[in-house]
Design a protein around this ligand. Structure first.
Ligand code: 5GP
Ligand code: ZN
Length: 116
């Protein structure tokens, strides 16, 4: 299931270029266009879910699991031995701007807590 108006579906389809750093059957990892840390990767399910809240049922759970597992794998492959942060912005209060579920993988510097 894809949405032709969705920028991340278009990356999955190869219509928009991206620096791909990992993939599984149902997930894709690529570098964020505007990195907020030395390493900033987005991990998405290849199927379109508008947000984490929309990823319901068994398919949604499997997609979230696969995305997080790929995030861990990419973090290891990119050598983030000191740790990293996963973020899933969801809805307006969460600061979500692209409406295709995505996991931010941030690393390469010490992260602050709490976030802004
Ligand atoms: P959100 O704010 O929805 O959590 O995150 C969306 C992220 O997508 C942002 O960090 C933004 O820099 C990134 N982004 C937006 N458009 C593109 C694009 O065309 N290519 C890539 N690689 N990243 C994008
Ligand atoms: Zn999409």
């Amino acid at each position: 299931m894809t949405n032709p108006d969705c920028i991340f579906c278009r990356i999955v389809a190869g219509e928009i270029p991206a620096q791909i750093v990992g993939r599984t059957e149902h997930a894709l990892a690529f570098r964020d266009l505007t990195p907020q840390a030395p390493t900033h990767v987005l991990v998405i399910p290849t199927r379109h879910y508008a947000s984490a809240a929309e990823a319901t049922g068994d398919d949604g759970a499997a997609a979230m699991g696969e995305v997080m597992r790929l995030g861990v794998q990419v973090a290891e492959e990119l050598g983030l031995d000191g740790g990293y942060r996963f973020v899933v912005n969801t809805g307006p209060d969460g600061g979500q701007s692209v409406h295709h579920l995505h996991l931010h993988l941030l690393g390469g510097r010490r992260m602050k807590w709490p976030p802004g």
